[in-house]
Design a protein around this ligand. Structure first.
Ligand SMILES: N[C@@H](CCC(=O)N[C@@H](CS)C(=O)NCC(=O)O)C(=O)O
Length: 241
């Protein structure tokens, strides 16, 4: 029913967690972002922003042509709405989930992404100490936001586990590499451990583990090629019709 264009990164794993929680059937279509699959014409038609994940629903609710959705937050909403689970639709419940889902997309994902980027970079591009401090502090602030929220209630949007929790979790698995100490955030830690123990979370997190390669184990020229592909992107010129 669903094709998930996917590579095993935190943004992809948000979606596999939800699909597993809902017990849905789906086919993983690998998008090898280290090879540049995200720049193929076929992929750009589905997502002009050339990023995975993309979901294609071959059996949309309206019975029409397949629907393709990009941006992991939009994909989570699409699935939860279709299945009628993990996203309450009463006005209070709906926006309690939506605000945390957008918090994840606009804050936690991008900032933790930059945090990891600069911490991994080392001094290859010169002194990065300011960027490392800036994004590690921001990561710390964001873990504090989660911790305070989870001090007040069991889950991000209230008393019920929802797509807000599923979307935030995969980015927190790398807390150590983001320069954080989980023991500083006990309420976050309680939530983190509870989610980590859920069978569907375990299954979703493991999807595609056979696809990924440890880049640090590749020859230096291959590592440099991947860095250039992923870190030095500029605008794609408009193609003549
Ligand atoms: N906001 C997007 C971000 C997606 C994203 O950044 N995907 C990365 C992998 S985690 C990607 O496809 N990168 C390919 C590239 O950088 O060229 C979403 O949440 O779907």
């Amino acid at each position: 029913m669903f094709d998930l264009h996917y590579w095993p990164t935190p943004n992809g794993k948000k979606v596999t967690i939800l699909l597993e929680e809902c017990g849905l059937e789906y086919k993983v279509v690998p998008v090898n972002i280290q090879r540049g699959d995200q720049f193929s014409d076929a992929f750009l038609k589905m997502n002009p922003n050339h990023r995975m994940p993309v979901l294609v629903d071959h059996k949309p609710k309206d019975g029409g042509a397949p629907i393709s959705v990009f941006e992991s937050g939009a994909i989570m909403m699409y699935i939860a709405e279709k299945v009628g689970r993990f996203w309450p639709q009463d006005v209070r419940g709906k926006y309690a989930v939506t605000e945390w889902l957008i918090w994840q997309m606009a804050n936690q994902g991008p900032k933790l992404g930059e945090c990891g980027h600069f911490r991994r970079l080392g001094d290859r591009e010169g002194d990065q100490s300011y960027a490392v401090r800036r994004f590690s502090d921001e990561a710390n602030r964001l873990y504090g936001v989660l911790n305070n929220r989870l001090h007040q209630q069991p889950y991000l949007a209230g008393n019920e586990y929802s797509i807000a929790d599923m979307i935030a979790y995969p980015w927190t698995v790398g807390w150590q590499a983001q320069g954080q100490d989980i023991d500083e955030f006990p309420y976050f830690k309680r939530w983190f451990e509870e989610l980590a123990a859920r069978p569907a979370v375990k299954k979703g997190m493991a999807v595609g583990s056979d696809l990924s390669t440890d880049v640090t184990k590749l020859p230096p020229e291959e590592q440099a090629r991947i860095r250039k592909l992923l870190y030095n992107q500029r605008a794609i010129p408009v193609k003549a019709a």
